[in-house]
Design a protein around this ligand. Structure first.
Ligand code: F0G
Length: 367
């Protein structure tokens, strides 16, 4: 233990000397590791520095040291803020006045928020009827132009690519390399807190940008920066009804309760395969039932409310044999309040009762 700071060596890293009150956002915190020139001013909402904490029930279940990286604590409630701060900062630097993205919801919320901060126009294309209510509310209230298309995410992304090529707006999907570059800072924070990378890194996979980003982050920070630290096994999980990488083919009609990862033709397919193969990890799949079981377990045993797609990481951990005593990180990519509909359809909502002491006592079995 360091007597001055009260921190163990395991906790001391590049950013741990800063208090949460002075955290400057991921660009200022990690500028030397990012593809951005020194003089550019960041468009930031002070994203990053999200909690990483030990999951006691999961650790006991798996006989391992399991940690949760709670990305729901970002300003718009998901990991997308890490990539969006860099994408919008660089779009602004390049003189762009409008941005566009396709989204299952979280990218659109983040794009709308950061575009508003930069006084830019934001257009988002989302699949009609398949976006969680909280995310739709965010994009609308942040002031984006929201277009619900009669088609799925994959179709929306095709149109957005065309819009990007026509030059009307900068695309801020993860096909924009700045997004992946910013998202890799999640790996930096994990290494800063643990003092090393975990043995296993579990995460959900949708469009596959985030697994690509984390793998780049671990390599940059553990190896290329000359820290000479071992790399984790990258364990990515798709929803069984939307698992093109596992199936080895495009899924035309992807389906899952985890609407955030309802994607049949991921843009960063190759990046996900590269991460899994070169780290000796894997890309697997989890059923909707496994996702929802993990979702409830996280809330009830770890007091952690995440959205269904996020729980795919823990669902993956629960079904995977790992070396006992291993250090494991599961990334929880988005906040549970993003998707209130799924939350209340999973738990029986109680009927109203009379507003009397007697009726409450009866409900509680006290009469
Ligand atoms: N978890 C959540 C909560 C997400 O919103 C997403 C992707 C993922 C996991 C998967 O990450 O696509 O990098 O593999 N959401 C995108 C969106 C597609 O439009 O918000 P990925």
């Amino acid at each position: 233990m360091d007597e001055m700071s009260g921190q163990s060596d395991m906790q001391r890293g590049d950013f741990s000397h800063r208090s949460a009150l002075t955290w400057p956002g991921i660009i200022e915190a990690y500028r030397q590791y990012l593809d951005i020139s020194p003089e550019v001013e960041a468009v930031t909402l002070f994203e990053g520095a999200t909690p990483l904490y030990r999951a006691n029930a999961l650790s006991e279940l798996k006989e391992a040291n399991v940690w949760l990286k709670y990305e729901g604590a970002n300003p718009t409630g998901s990991f997308k803020d890490r990539g969006m701060t860099l994408a919008i900062t660089k779009a602004k630097e390049a003189g762009s006045v409008a941005v566009v993205c396709a989204s299952t919801g979280n990218t659109s919320a983040a794009a709308a928020a950061y575009a508003a901060k930069a006084s830019m126009t934001c257009v988002v294309l989302i699949p009609n009827g398949y976006i969680a209510l909280g995310k739709l509310a965010q994009a609308l209230v942040y002031g984006a132009k929201v277009l619900q298309i009669r088609g799925n995410f994959d179709r929306a992304l095709e149109i957005v690519r065309d819009l990007g090529e026509s030059g009307v707006a900068t695309v801020v999907n993860s096909i924009n390399p700045d997004r992946i570059e910013g998202q890799k800072t999640g790996a930096f924070e994990i290494v800063d807190v643990l003092g090393r990378a975990p043995d296993y890194h579990f995460m959900p996979v949708g469009n596959a940008g985030n697994i690509t980003a984390y793998w780049r982050g671990y390599r940059d920070y553990c190896v290329n920066s000359k820290r000479s630290l071992p790399l984790p096994k990258m364990m990515g999980f798709q929803a069984a009804g939307a698992a093109p990488i596992v199936a080895g083919r495009v899924i035309e009609q992807p389906e899952t309760v985890a609407t955030a990862i309802r994607i049949g033709n991921p843009a960063s397919w190759a990046g996900a395969l590269e991460a899994a193969e070169s780290s000796h990890g894997l890309i697997g799949s989890v059923t909707d039932r496994e996702i929802l079981d993990a979702y409830r377990l996280l809330a009830q045993r770890e007091s952690t409310f995440c959205e269904p797609a996020s729980a795919a990481s823990v669902a993956g951990l629960l079904k995977t044999a790992i070396e006992p005593g291993s250090t494991v990180v599961c990334v929880l990519t988005g906040h549970g309040l993003k998707d209130p509909d799924t939350a209340i359809t999973q738990i029986a909502v109680p009927d109203a009762v009379d507003a009397t002491y007697a009726s409450i006592a009866r409900e509680l079995g006290l009469d």
